[in-house]
Structures are given as C-alpha cells and as structure tokens.
Design a protein around this ligand. Structure first.
Ligand code: AMP
Ligand code: ZN
Length: 114
C-alpha cells in the first residue's frame, strides 16, 4: 500500500537490515531495538492487523511463527527463551499499521508489560 513504511521496505524502497526473506515474509532488525535481539517479522502483503485477515490468510500467521522459531534458533535465543509480540491498534501500542510480529530476546524480559 502506498505510504506504508513496511510496504516500502518490502519493495526495497526503504533499506532494512534483513534477517530472513521468503516469498511470503520479510524479517529485519527493528530500527529502535528494545532488546539485544529485536527482529520484526512482516508478511509481504499489506494487512493492517490480524483483525483484517481474510479467511484464507490465517495460514500466513502460522508461517510467521514457523519463520520466527527458525530466526530464534539462528540468533541463538531459543535455549534461554524469547518473546513474540503483536501490537494491535491504539491501546495495543501499534505504531505501524501493517501487521508485524516482534521477536524480542537476548535479555530477561519483564512481565506484565507496561
Ligand atoms: P509497533 O509499535 O508494534 O507498530 O512496532 C513498529 C516497530 O517498527 C517499532 O518497534 C519501530 O521501532 C519499528 N520501525 C519503524 N520504522 C522502522 C524502519 N524503517 N526499520 C525498522 N524498524 C522500524
Ligand atoms: Zn503495508
């Protein structure tokens, strides 16, 4: 979608620090990392949030989790653990309206979130 920052990254119009890519998703390092490992896993098609997924698009989320587990292994946070975060809407703290999942790790993360 025009004017969507993550669509621009997917199209290569804005650079990113790529971690993983296949035909369905792109993963790159967050520009403002909140942990030693902070990767964003982004479906290539523009969908605002999981609330807007069509019936045949839910399988994409399963694929995102599969990719996330591979990245967690590659970046060696799988043994100590990590967190997957998906912020939705205003109260959820979503700042980029293109569905994405944060992989956070490399330090002990607090709970509950603020
Ligand atoms: P959220 O607040 O859940 O919507 O997450 C959006 C994330 O995108 C934030 O953690 C930002 O730091 C990150 N972000 C915004 N612009 C970029 C960019 N150009 N490259 C990498 N990460 C970005
Ligand atoms: Zn987009």
């Amino acid at each position: 979608m025009k004017d969507c920052i993550f669509c621009k990254i997917v199209k290569g119009e804005i650079p990113c620090s790529k971690v993983y890519e296949d035909d369905k998703v792109l993963a790159f390092n967050d520009i403002n990392p909140e942990a030693p490992v902070h990767v964003l896993i982004v479906p290539k098609t523009h969908v605002q949030s999981i609330m807007d997924l069509k019936e045949d698009e839910y399988q994409l989320i399963g694929h995102v989790f599969k990719v996330t587990s591979k990245i967690a292994k590659d970046l060696k946070v799988d043994e100590k653990g990590f967190r997957i975060v998906n912020n939705i809407g205003e109260d959820g703290g979503q700042t980029v309206p293109h569905v994405h999942f944060h992989l956070l790790g490399g330090r002990a993360l607090q709970w509950p979130p603020g």
